[in-house]
Design a protein around this ligand. Structure first.
Ligand SMILES: O=C(O)Cc1cc(O)ccc1O
Ligand SMILES: [Fe+2]
Length: 433
């Protein structure tokens, strides 16, 4: 089924879709009576008065409004953390994690969330969290609504069908999904257990970065973002609604599916995006450019250019720069860098950084290529070279990221990470100064 999904194209477009002909009101949003007895419901992802260019809202025409739900009670989750307040103090060391295996105990997408790093505060609408998800079963009659943040899913293993109130997205490793804050969705596994990364963005909604002198094309092109077409679930029976609200999970039971939207229109929508469509820009002369050229989506903060979080990818690309040390430079960055690897090798850490693993280089924590990468790149013949079969990514944020208890003691932390730089010797030793 999922192979045949159709989509509407274009990031932030005014989409319109109806699963039943004649369901979508024409020329108005809230007629006295909606066709077929549907209820009109407005989902606002931006303040009513947000500037037009940033305003995001959609109109949903549904069988019952989402206010028809039971009362919420707390739902315990040992490994899901929110905001800097739930992080652990840590020294300014670089951190790296091995891939975490998907456990054999039954875990759906919600159960399988494991927070690695946090900053900011969801109630202050600043910062982010990076989670792993480790899932071996579909969510079934369970839906998640995240009132704290937008979710960016980066699957690393296993294909997903994401059912949202606005329709279905089929997402596989190499692709990403973006779920707006407040939209109900559930994750179904298509080809077995699935593992991946999630950026929970408490701040301003992700958008495409400005292109400056690059011009009007390139990087992630808006048309390659795909929104679902309206699709509702026809089955009856109870549903568990899990809501993330104020850094906690809550659960309620309702008598019907929340996926009962027959038609919708608007510019607040979930999207999928295939990173293979990212048009990379790189050096065609010399020097290694800043990684901001690989920004897919950005969540700005209140200070221009200092992102709440940038989503940056390192996709397959040609390296052609002359007289250049081609991998990333050694550096210290005021911004904090969380990285993951979907597939292949990352040029700065060809062996130690594994698909499904992660790393954290916090504000001003020095980092760069490991000794092996340095030695290779310093003496490599500088012929044009394709970095192929690779996809790393970075969540880069202006606020320091704190690891969670799971990140520090969950078993995947690489206690010897810093050793990968220990052999970068002083090569001037013994030379005349
Ligand atoms: O540290 C990293 O591996 C990420 C990174 C990549 C790059 O090409 C330049 C700077 C940077 O932080
Ligand atoms: Fe870096």
């Amino acid at each position: 089924m999922s192979d045949q999904l159709s989509y509407q194209s274009g990031f932030g477009n005014e989409h319109a879709s109806e699963a039943v002909a004649g369901s979508l009101p024409v020329g108005r949003n809230s007629p006295q009576q909606v066709a077929h007895g549907l209820y009109a419901e407005l989902l606002s992802g931006a303040a009513f008065t947000a500037p037009r260019a940033e305003n995001r809202r959609s109109w949903l025409y549904r069988k019952q409004p989402s206010v028809v739900v039971g009362g919420y009670a707390p739902l315990a989750h040992a490994w899901l953390k929110s905001g800097a307040a739930e992080g652990q103090a840590m020294p300014p060391d670089p951190l790296r994690w091995a891939p975490t295996e998907i456990p054999s105990e039954p875990l759906d997408f919600v159960d399988g969330l494991r927070t690695l790093v946090v900053n900011g505060d969801p109630d202050a609408q600043t910062g982010m969290a990076a989670h792993l998800y480790l899932a071996n079963r579909s969510m079934g009659r369970r839906a998640l609504v995240n009132a704290d943040g937008e979710l960016l899913l980066v699957p690393q293993q296993g294909r997903l069908t994401i059912r949202t109130e606005l329709g279905l997205l089929d997402v596989k490793p190499g692709e990403i999904a973006l779920i707006p804050r407040g939209l109900a969705f559930k994750v179904e596994l298509v080809d077995g257990p699935s593992r991946g990364y999630v950026c929970e963005n408490y701040g301003a909604a992700f958008r495409l970065p400005e292109l400056g002198p690059i011009g009007s094309n390139g990087l992630a092109n808006p048309r390659d973002f795909q929104a679902p077409v309206a699709a509702f679930e026809a089955t009856s029976g109870d549903y568990e609604i899990v809501k993330k609200f104020g850094g906690r999970l809550w659960r309620a039971t309702q008598r019907h599916t929340p996926f009962n939207v027959v038609a919708w229109h608007g510019n607040l929508a979930p999207y999928k995006y295939d990173t293979a469509h990212f048009m990379t820009i790189g050096s065609i002369s010399f020097d290694h450019p800043d990684p901001s050229i690989f920004t897919v989506l950005t969540s700005p903060s209140d200070t221009a250019g200092w992102a709440n979080v940038d989503f940056v990818i390192f996709p397959p690309r040609w390296m052609v720069a002359e007289d250049t040390f081609r991998p990333p430079w050694y550096h210290r960055n005021v911004m904090s860098e969380f990285m993951g690897l979907v597939t292949g090798q990352y040029d700065a850490k060809p062996e130690g950084f594994k698909p499904g693993g992660a790393s954290l280089h916090n504000a001003f924590v020095p980092h760069g290529p490991d000794t092996e990468a340095f030695d290779k790149a310093s003496s490599a013949a500088l012929a044009p070279h394709k970095l192929d079969n690779t996809l790393a990514f970075m969540f880069e944020t202006r606020w320091r990221l704190l690891p969670t208890e799971f990140a520090l003691n969950g078993g995947a932390l690489d206690k010897n990470y810093a050793d990968c730089w220990a052999d970068l010797a002083d090569k001037t030793a013994g030379q005349e100064q």
